[in-house]
Design a protein around this ligand. Structure first.
Ligand code: VG1
Ligand code: CO
Length: 570
């Protein structure tokens, strides 16, 4: 093949968000759009890192993935990359990519040093929906801000990109190696099985024999919206078969939460369900790229903040990978403090990081953290450097199996709900909810945030508003904008969300989303701690209602956004 230099000009708005660049497909298919971003990434990585490298290119299979894989492959060839690895049919879940970078050895003994992951994760797919791309590093984790900032700077000055235009499209449907000759020698494309490396890793972490016993116990029924547990693509809403190869998740919304996973939620006896239906003991869902998870018991929802705390509390006993103990635990700032309480009880190192998985990677690489999670249905461990939806499901099955070990044929199984109630009895309960206001006017969202920052300077003003709501809410004792100093590399991340901290440990957090593709999304996180075991059984929306009222009044939500209700409540 020949290397062609193509002249280009900067395109606005290519700033990577919380997890890569996500835009509507119609934006991505504009001339030079993808190419500018990919070249800017190569330039940010520097030539030494790119020349001779082995890179993974794959994703969740959404619309435009196949075309993007061919374009990136041709650009990789032209930029001196030695090998491109592609999961069969271009499918690799985000956690599978992370596992492949860390674990896989190519047919010629090579190892990968990075990956382009093609996904917009929990955002819908299809010609009118979202596409996305992000770069992961040699540790298998998302590029840190130092790199994503450089990529963004490069997109603002880019003048040229390089592409092997005459390189034939590679058949990504069959496994095997195809070799090409370029000006600097050989270039290989290796298509490999999307599941096997990940499955191997899972088998080294969990006791599958014990999980098998649980699943085959007649008392245990489960239901999941995953296409297959170990394949690249995960959750779907309608007929599984049609969705196997769909590019839009069968028209469903691939976000595993109580709003968008309606079918599963109903099946589990939550929301509008038919009382006659038999309700399974366990239900689970993942998102488009299988890094998020939702865990449900019979008529019971496990909040993601509780989920990570419960996994951490039980990991050493229930999961062989952790039998030697946990190195530490971490959560993102808006995630509830349920994990903090476990860390304190078990005397574990604890970290609070900004939203987005990239902040956990440094802690893990330094051996400081084993289990971590986010309130946004993200849970994971140091087995890879991404959150991992399938891992979370297997972790929960392991805990269930462990708790029922002596009892598989018994009268009544210990259920998901039992496990959560036991946890609350020991550690107390963090009532938690998140309100999302999606696609609000970007100017209005900025104004609201600016107003909240200003309001913080006068706590007496804040407490006047709080008092107006009634006696159920404690006083605000502190307010700030969250800033994080990475304990490993010392890097500082500013403006990571506005916090209002109450005397009784309750919190209100306001943030702007960094993953949306249109307008702005305001996230409001609401949390209240209840230690008294006689008060941990309330409905969470009911328990949190006074705090919600405070939040809406403090932020003048309706006044700024014109919204009387959030788009999504989780
Ligand atoms: C959201 C979540 C965040 C998560 C990110 C990527 O970001 O809040 O916790 O890490 O999505 O998840 P934001 O900036 O929109 O709040 V995924 O599964 O979309 O890669
Ligand atoms: Co995702």
């Amino acid at each position: 093949f020949k290397v062609v230099r193509v002249e280009t000009t900067p395109i606005d708005g290519q700033k990577p968000g919380t997890s890569g660049l996500r835009k509507k497909v119609k934006v991505f298919i504009q001339p030079h759009y993808l190419e500018n971003f990919v070249q800017s990434t190569f330039n940010a990585l520097t030539t030494e890192k790119v020349r001779g490298a082995t890179l993974v290119v794959s994703g969740d299979g959404r619309y435009y993935s196949k075309e993007a894989i061919q374009i990136i492959t041709k650009m990789a060839a032209a930029n001196g990359v030695r090998r491109v690895w592609v999961g069969q049919n271009g499918l690799l879940s985000t956690p599978a990519v992370s596992a492949v970078i860390r674990e896989r050895v190519g047919v010629d003994g090579s190892r990968a040093s990075g990956a382009f992951i093609l996904t917009a994760s929990h955002n819908p797919g299809g010609p009118h929906e979202d596409f996305g791309i992000k770069y992961n590093m040699e540790n298998g984790g998302p590029a840190p801000e130092g790199i994503t900032d450089k990529i963004y700077e490069n997109t603002k000055t880019i003048k040229e990109y390089f592409i092997a235009e005459d390189l034939p499209d590679v058949d990504i449907s069959t496994t095997g190696v195809t070799s090409f000759g370029g000006p600097e020698g050989k270039f290989d494309v290796e298509v490999f099985d999307s599941a096997s490396d990940y499955v191997k890793l899972m088998k080294s972490i969990f006791d599958f024999e014990l999980i098998r016993k649980l699943i085959s116990s007649p008392k245990f029924t489960f239901w999941s919206l995953c296409k297959t547990y170990f394949c690249g693509r995960a959750w779907c809403t309608r007929k599984l078969i049609t969705e196997l190869h769909s590019q839009d998740f069968g028209g469903g919304h691939p976000d595993p939460n109580l709003t968008y996973a309606k079918e599963l939620v109903a099946r589990m006896g939550l929301g509008k369900s038919n009382p006659q239906d038999e309700v399974p003991e366990f239900g689970a869902a993942a998102d488009g790229d299988a890094d998020r998870n939702m865990i449900l018991g019979k008529r019971f929802f496990v909040t993601p903040s509780d989920s990570v705390a419960i996994i951490a509390a039980n990991a050493v006993q229930a999961i062989p990978y952790f039998s030697a103990g946990l190195k530490g635990v971490a959560r993102s700032m808006p995630t509830s403090a349920a994990l903090d309480v476990v860390a304190k009880h078990l005397n574990l190192k604890f970290f609070e990081v900004p939203t987005g998985w990239k902040f956990f990677g440094n802690l893990m690489d330094a051996g400081l953290c084993s289990v971590c999670g986010e309130e946004s249905f993200g849970t994971g461990s140091d087995h890879i450097r991404e959150k991992d939806g399938i891992w979370a499901v297997l972790a929960w099955l392991s805990i269930l199996a462990h708790k029922n070990k002596e009892n598989f044929g018994g009268e009544k199984l210990v259920t998901v709900e039992d496990i959560v109630h036991q946890h609350w009895a020991t550690y107390g309960r963090h009532y938690y909810t998140r309100y999302d206001y999606e696609n609000v006017d970007a100017g209005a969202a900025k104004a609201l945030m600016a107003y909240l920052v200003k309001l913080q300077s006068s706590l007496s003003e804040v407490n006047k508003i709080v008092k107006g709501v009634g006696s159920d809410v404690a006083k605000v004792v502190d307010a700030d904008e969250f800033e994080y100093k990475d304990p490993v590399d010392g890097s500082i991340s500013k403006h990571q969300g506005i916090r209002y901290l109450f005397e009784d440990g309750s919190r209100l957090v306001f943030r702007l989303s960094g993953t949306g593709s249109e307008g702005a999304t305001i996230r409001l996180y609401i949390e209240q701690y209840e230690k008294d075991p006689s008060k941990t059984g309330r409905d969470s929306q009911e328990a949190l209602a006074p705090l919600v009222e405070v939040a809406l009044k403090l932020s003048k939500m309706q006044e700024f956004t014109g919204r009387s209700a959030p788009t999504v409540i989780t």
